[in-house]
Design a binder for this molecule. Structure first.
Ligand code: GLU
Length: 300
């Protein structure tokens, strides 16, 4: 059961790489319902950190779709593209603590998991730009947390997430750094998102600990997959939601989350969202990593 509503601050943090699709609606809706059910706040953050991956107009499209689906957020949208000073300040603090090093490895020199194989961390020569900035993860570092849906998680971060990048060679801030700084800035107490991010969470908790931030409670939802078992995404051309079909889309998302069906006579977006908020039950969401859309008769 989440903390009392006065303390609960949840969020949805889309990347503007394309329009909202059923997969992203499920994450948005579950995070919204979990927050609103207990009277908490629900904030919005646009993760527009990576211009080459972005699609013109997608940020505005996503906000419009959320409104059409009755998912109204509190306060102003936080745009990561405007947060450079905060990310630099966090990097300064990490550097002062001796937690960062420069790495000039080319892509071909990196390990299959993107790790630095050439021991840049131990080099004493000055490394010239361009370089990535990595955080030094101690060899035996283990992170443990209790996911509200997926249960106890343990990661040997020293082995599985070694020395990960916090600022890329091309000058862009890494998602792992930005998400941690912004979850802290927005005072987020509860993160509800797709299980595709479950293996990022230990890296985020590690950075929270280095920066002295609180760790939110995490809840990783099953992701919706295609018949071939791929996550719905812009890459596999998951269809954009039709905003005029918002009631139908919300009913699909609720069925995916195994929530009680709003009665058929509820035919407006606001009625369906209000019903779903009142009846939200996280324990009904299957504690699995993925569910194929076809098994629920949801393939569009
Ligand atoms: N921006 C990420 C995405 O769209 C989500 C990040 C998060 O929820 O932590 O997949």
């Amino acid at each position: 059961m989440p903390d009392s509503g006065t303390h609960y601050r949840g969020r949805f943090a889309p990347s503007p790489t394309g329009p909202l699709h059923l997969g992203s609606l499920i994450a948005a809706l579950a995070s919204f319902l979990d927050a609103r059910h207990c009277g908490g706040h629900w904030l919005l953050r646009m993760e527009d950190l990576d211009p080459p991956r972005e699609q013109a107009g997608a940020a505005a499209d996503i906000l419009h779709s959320l409104r059409c689906h009755g998912l109204h957020w509190d306060g102003d949208v936080l745009y990561q593209s405007a947060r450079t000073a905060a990310y630099e300040a966090a990097l300064d603090r990490l550097a002062q603590g001796g937690h960062l090093f420069h790495c000039d490895c080319t892509r071909a020199a990196l390990g299959p998991d993107g790790s630095c194989q050439r021991h840049c961390r131990d080099r004493s020569d000055a490394i010239a730009a361009p370089y990535a900035i990595r955080t030094a993860v101690p060899a035996g570092c283990e992170i443990q947390f209790s996911d509200r849906l997926q249960g106890t998680q343990r990661a040997a971060l020293g082995a599985t997430g070694p020395d990960f990048v916090v600022k890329r060679k091309d000058g862009l801030y890494a998602y792992q750094l930005a998400v941690v700084v912004d979850d802290a800035e927005q005072g987020i107490t509860h993160v509800v998102r797709g299980s595709d991010l479950l293996d990022s969470t230990p890296r985020q908790i590690f950075l929270q600990q280095l920066l002295g931030y609180n760790t939110p409670q995490y809840c990783h939802l099953p992701v919706i997959t295609t018949r071939q078992g791929q996550k719905f995404s812009k890459q596999n051309l998951a269809p954009a939601l039709v905003n005029e079909d918002a009631v139908h889309n919300l009913r699909h998302a609720l069925r995916f989350l195994r929530q009680s069906e709003p009665p058929a006579e509820l035919d407006s977006v606001d009625q369906v969202v209000a019903h779903a908020t009142a009846h939200w039950a996280l324990q009904r969401v299957p504690a699995v990593a993925a569910i194929a859309a076809a098994t629920l008769g949801l393939e569009t």
